[in-house]
Structure formats: structure tokens, C-alpha cells
Design a protein around this ligand. Structure first.
Ligand code: SOE
Length: 401
């Protein structure tokens, strides 16, 4: 492919808000941290508002900008389309980009519903025949401590997994006057806390354990059912609406909790909420096995707690592994041991694996099939919650985890 010949991988990104900024940081940094066979060129960013996208291109380090994603896809000097838009445009942009022969990285959750996710899988499957690569951006897999958790579980250090306990908690909409931004509208976002942050812990726990969620019983709740309509729909940063504004219906969940069974026999609990007062971005996963336990807490993302029940009783206890050694996943690219890294590095690691896979002609993970698997769990949770928490089986797509 031309991308390999000229040793450049030319990226066009659609969207430039929070995730666009995180992805830009990753594209800017990836070749400086990692030795890769392809050099990323940040060719152009796309957004509808010309003044804003021009400013974003300059601030985030893009060579240029366009105001129509179709223009970006039509360009023959772009190899990768990075989709960082709200969920309602993921399928359309991705499918068009794949048809045009572009590799695609698409933010999570893959789509707003199963039908869209399936259409994206079908498009990715067809494109794979021509060497086109796809990845869904579940970035937390690439936090080194989370990657180490997967390695330790795969190596049998926890034995048989009995319990998975996962929470992802935020509090940015606890104020009832917080406006009705796109993330609170079902037609734009698909679902609320469930799809936005619940999807992360579904993916993370399935990835870490190598097991799939096979059935769920769920509750969802929308605590604040109407909110002021903002004058300008924006993301998390939208300011509270002024008095006297019109109100609109919140059409997504504010919180979702569910119990689940996993394919390897574990039982699990999941909780995703935007109403966990005081919790800004609290993602925590605890796994208990027959030989030990592992605990990951995003607020201390350089650490992993490990309880090793194979040690003599007198020596047992939760140990804190500082995940900053060059032997730990991704860490050899960064600083000397003990020099910690942050949230943004997970996106750089994601970009690194994507670039490497494109160069090698292999499929990066999570594949769209895996992301469809997450979408099917989200769908089962919504159906269970809508039917009085009925036990609901999760359909299983084909993929190698
Ligand atoms: C908002 O809830 C959000 O930005 C999510 O969309 C991201 O995926 C998560 O990483 C942080 O919170």
C-alpha cells in the first residue's frame, strides 16, 4: 500500500471535542514515544463550524481542516479516518470511510444500537479483504496496570475467576439545571451512563478476564427527567442553563446497575452512574479468583493491588505493584521506574497498537466484532431493565479475544 511505501500514515479526524483532543494528543506523541514503522501525519481535522475547527486544528496540531467529513474521506492523501463524533454518526462515517478504502479508528461505544454496530462489522469484514484495519477505542485496555491484569489472569495467577466487580462512576449531571446536552438524548447518544461509561467496564472486564458476559439482570434509572434546553448543544463542558429557558425530555439513563454471569463461571456486578456525587471519573475493577485477587482503580492508574493466596499465610495481604517497570506493558517507552504516567497515555498506546497493526497487516483490538459484543451486552441490559429486571441472555458474535 502507498502508506507503507512512503512510510507515512496520514490521519484525518472527525470531531475535535474531548475525545478529539485526547486522540490528537496520541497522534502527536506516538512516534516520539514509540519506534514505529510508519510516521503519523496529522493531515486534517473535520468539524462543521469553520471558525471553531480552524482554531482546533491550530491548537491540536493538525495540518489543516475541512468542514464536511465526506470531503475528508474523498481525499486520497488520507489513509486513516479517526471517528470522534457523537454516536449517531459513527456508523455513517465509518461505513463510508471503509468503502473508500480508509483504515478506521472509531470511538466507543461502537454505535448507538446493535443494528448499526452489525452494519459496521459487516463493512469492516468486507474491507478486511483489502487489508483495511479497524479498531474501536476502548482506551482503558491500554492503561498498563489493566494490561498487566490481563497478563496475570491469562498466566493463571488468580486461578479460577469467581467474582468480577466493576464500577464506573461520575457526577457531572447531578445538578438538575445541567442542560440537555447531546449525551442525554437517546437519538444522539444511544444510551446514557450505560453506553458512555458502562461500555468501558463491560469491555475492560471481558478483556481482562478473557470471559464474556452471557446473561444479565438490570436496573436503569433517569433521576432527572427534564432539563433546560441549552442554546448551543455541547459536551461535558456545557454551562448550566439560565432561568426561564425551555425544558426538554431526558431520554437516556442516568444510571445503570446489573448483575451478570460470565462464560468461565464467574458472577459479576456492574454499576455505571452519572449521579455518584463526588466521583468524577471513578473506574474500579476487582477480580477475585481461587488463587488471589486483583484490584485496579483508575484514580491510581499506575498501581495494581494483588493478593496472592499462594504465599505462606503469614505473608499474605494486598500488595501494591507500582506498574512503572520497563517489563510492564508499554512502559519501556516512557520514563525510568517510579516515574508515573497518566490518562492520556492510554490513547497513545492505542494509537501505537493501531499504527503497528496497520504496518504489519494484522488486526488491532478491540475489533469491531468485539465492540459489537459490548453493544449486545448494552442491548441486553436495556431489555432486561425494561422488563422488570428479567434475566436476559446476551447474544454472542464470533471473535477471537
Ligand atoms: C464522558 O462521560 C466521558 O468522556 C466518556 O465519554 C469517556 O469515554 C470516558 O473515558 C470519560 O468520560
Amino acid at each position: 500500500m502507498s502508506t507503507i511505501d512512503n512510510k507515512e500514515l496520514r490521519v484525518g479526524m472527525v470531531g475535535y471535542a474531548f475525545m478529539g483532543a485526547a486522540h490528537s494528543q496520541a497522534w502527536r506523541t506516538v512516534n516520539r514515544a514509540f519506534d514505529l514503522p510508519l510516521r503519523v501525519r496529522m493531515a486534517a481535522v473535520c468539524g462543521r463550524d469553520e471558525a471553531k475547527v480552524a482554531e482546533a486544528a491550530d491548537r491540536l496540531g493538525w495540518d489543516g481542516y475541512v468542514t464536511d467529513w465526506r470531503e475528508l474521506i474523498a481525499r486520497d492523501d488520507i489513509d486513516v479516518i479517526d471517528v470522534c463524533t457523537p454516536g449517531d454518526s459513527h456508523a455513517e462515517i465509518t461505513i463510508a470511510a471503509l468503502a473508500a478504502g480508509k483504515h478506521v479508528m472509531c470511538e466507543k461505544p461502537l454505535a448507538n444500537n446493535v443494528a448499526e454496530a452489525q452494519a459496521m462489522v459487516d463493512a469492516a469484514t468486507a474491507a478486511r479483504e483489502s487489508g483495511i484495519r479497524t479498531l474501536c477505542g476502548f482506551n482503558y485496555r491500554r492503561v498498563p496496570a489493566a494490561a498487566l491484569m490481563r497478563q496475570m489472569i491469562a498466566a493463571g495467577r488468580l486461578g479460577v475467576i469467581r467474582h468480577v466487580r466493576a464500577v464506573y462512576l461520575q457526577d457531572w449531571i447531578t445538578d438538575p439545571n445541567f442542560p440537555l446536552v447531546w449525551r442525554l438524548q437517546q437519538e444522539r447518544a444511544g444510551s446514557g451512563a450505560l453506553g458512555d461509561i458502562g461500555a468501558h467496564i463491560i469491555d475492560l472486564t471481558q478483556h481482562i478476564t478473557g470471559q464474556r458476559i452471557t446473561g444479565v439482570s438490570a436496573l436503569t434509572e433517569t433521576f432527572v427527567k427534564e432539563r433546560p434546553i441549552p442554546t448551543e448543544m455541547s459536551g461535558l463542558a456545557a454551562s448550566s442553563a439560565a432561568d426561564g429557558q425551555a425544558y426538554g425530555q431526558v431520554t437516556v439513563d442516568d444510571a445503570a446497575v446489573f448483575t451478570a454471569r460470565l462464560s468461565g463461571g464467574a458472577i459479576a456486578t456492574y454499576e455505571a452512574s452519572r449521579f455518584a456525587m463526588g466521583r468524577k471519573n471513578g473506574l474500579r475493577v476487582e477480580i477475585n479468583g481461587s488463587l488471589g485477587s486483583l484490584v485496579f482503580d483508575l484514580e491510581r492508574l499506575n498501581e495494581l493491588e494483588f493478593y496472592d493466596a499462594t504465599l505462606p499465610a503469614a505473608e499474605q495481604g494486598f500488595n501494591r505493584i507500582l506498574v512503572t517497570e520497563p517489563e510492564h506493558p508499554y512502559l519501556s517507552a516512557w520514563w525510568p521506574p517510579g516515574h508515573i504516567i497518566g490518562y492520556e497515555h492510554s490513547f497513545t498506546h492505542q494509537a501505537r497498537d493501531f499504527v503497528q497493526a496497520v504496518a504489519e497487516g494484522t488486526d488491532p483490538h478491540p475489533s469491531f466484532e468485539e465492540a459489537l459484543g459490548v453493544q449486545l451486552v448494552l442491548d441486553a441490559v436495556q431489555r432486561s431493565a425494561a422488563s422488570g429486571s428479567t434475566w436476559t441472555q446476551v447474544a454472542q458474535p464470533q471473535y477471537a479475544a
